[in-house]
Ligand binder design. Structure first.
Ligand SMILES: Cc1ncc(COP(=O)(O)O)c(C=O)c1O
Length: 379
């Protein structure tokens, strides 16, 4: 059997990883500034994380949600404490798209309505309601188009109000900071308006923190930069540091009932051990403070490069916008300087999503590589 060929891949085979570095099968070391789409939060193969998973698999790796699993309660408790969102209840699943799908479902169950408001350039995943709320027709099949979704410009309060006034909206879904779309974000004024208007028109506010959450923005969740309180928060990527886990944080005012949501794998013992250790490491190593500090250092280092138009994003969720498409530059940085970075819908943007434990030295190494590469390609 062959693989269903859906990914354009770099010809690199990774076999080992540690902290912010990965190695290929020829022994070549790379600096990882991308964390495999922003997944690596506490660092590759962190010893505490490895130990937690090893010890757990020796006891019990999996049982379904038909028996008590105290590790789930332990994770929920810890997540409430570390995130400052103790007044939410946690539903556990396996990926980002699944988290958003469930969040949208809760909003629809509870409001009895079906329409969703999302924003231009949004990315919320590839399951049916999530992909319908993703502004990219190329990844929507006919079967996904039955959903009612209105896309609005970010920061357009008037457009939001006139859409919500129609009274048929179940949910407004918005990324804390847009990831795939290219690091745009709502202003504090806009987030506050979204919160107020959603409440006023009985629509649930869903904050997609799948990429921007878990400390990446320099606060636990990116919406915390704006002093708002969503009805539902979705999380995934950094939550398991590579172990596939998703979570839906549902405000405690929203009541659960048996059978409303469900999953076979979500909340399994192995995943819980991974996720608990991630939160412990984030706390012990003060990784959220490090993300906030590295943003300042990164912006300072990159202010030296005149070809850079702007640095977008916050914490360690950053986009380096140049005056020209970055495809060639990104390849040069990868193959000549052995640094992994990401791209975005905006072709001029280099996306940076390293482990939250990255040091200034590694950022200095990166800035030198960018400088040299720009000079070499003659821009
Ligand atoms: C903001 C956001 N939401 C949802 C998703 C979907 O997550 P997953 O790929 O785990 O389904 C992503 C993935 O990139 C994302 O960035």
């Amino acid at each position: 059997m062959k693989l269903f060929d859906v990914y354009p891949l770099f010809d690199i085979t990774l076999v080992k990883a540690e902290g912010t570095n990965v190695w290929d099968n020829k022994g070549q070391k790379y600096l990882d500034l991308y964390g495999g789409h922003g997944v690596i939060s506490v660092g590759h193969s962190h010893p505490k994380y490895v130990k937690a998973i090893q010890e757990q698999i020796e006891k019990i790796g999996f049982y379904s949600n038909s028996v008590q699993n105290p590790l789930q309660k332990q994770l929920a408790e810890k997540l409430g404490k570390v995130s400052g969102c103790g007044d939410y209840n946690l539903f556990l699943c396996n990926s980002g798209a699944e988290a958003n799908e469930n969040a949208l479902k809760v909003a629809s169950f509870k409001t009895g309505k079906g329409k969703v408001i999302a924003f231009n350039k949004a990315f919320h995943g590839r399951t049916s309601a999530a992909v319908a709320a993703t502004q990219n027709p190329k990844i929507q099949a006919e079967i996904n188009k039955g959903h009612e979704v209105t896309f609005l410009p970010l920061n357009d309060e008037k457009a939001l109000e006139s859409e919500l006034k129609k009274g048929d909206v179940a949910a407004v879904i918005i990324e804390g900071i847009q990831g795939v779309g290219g690091l745009d974000e709502g202003t504090t004024e806009f987030f506050k308006a979204v919160e107020k208007l959603s409440k006023q028109h009985r629509a649930f506010l869903i904050l997609d923190e799948i990429q921007s959450g878990y400390g990446r923005s320099g606060k636990f969740f990116a919406f915390q930069h704006h002093g708002i309180k969503p009805d539902i928060i979705t999380t995934a990527k950094g939550m398991g540091n590579g172990f596939p886990i998703g979570g839906v944080l549902i405000h405690e005012d929203i009541e659960a009932n048996y059978g409303m949501l469900g999953t076979t794998f979500g909340g399994n013992h192995l995943g819980m051990a991974a996720a608990i250790s991630v939160l412990e490491i984030i706390e012990e190593e003060k990784l959220i403070d490090n993300a906030a500090q590295k943003e300042v250092e990164f912006k300072e280092l990159f202010s030296q490069i005149k070809e850079i138009k702007q640095i977008k994003g916050r914490g360690l969720m950053l986009g380096v916008e140049l005056e020209f498409p970055v495809a060639e530059l990104r390849k040069k940085i990868l193959f000549d300087h052995k640094i992994l970075t990401g791209n975005a819908a905006n072709p001029n943007l280099l996306r940076i999503l390293p482990s939250l434990s990255i040091t200034k030295e590694k950022l200095e190494f990166f800035v030198e590589a960018v400088k040299k590469s720009i000079a070499e390609i003659g821009k």
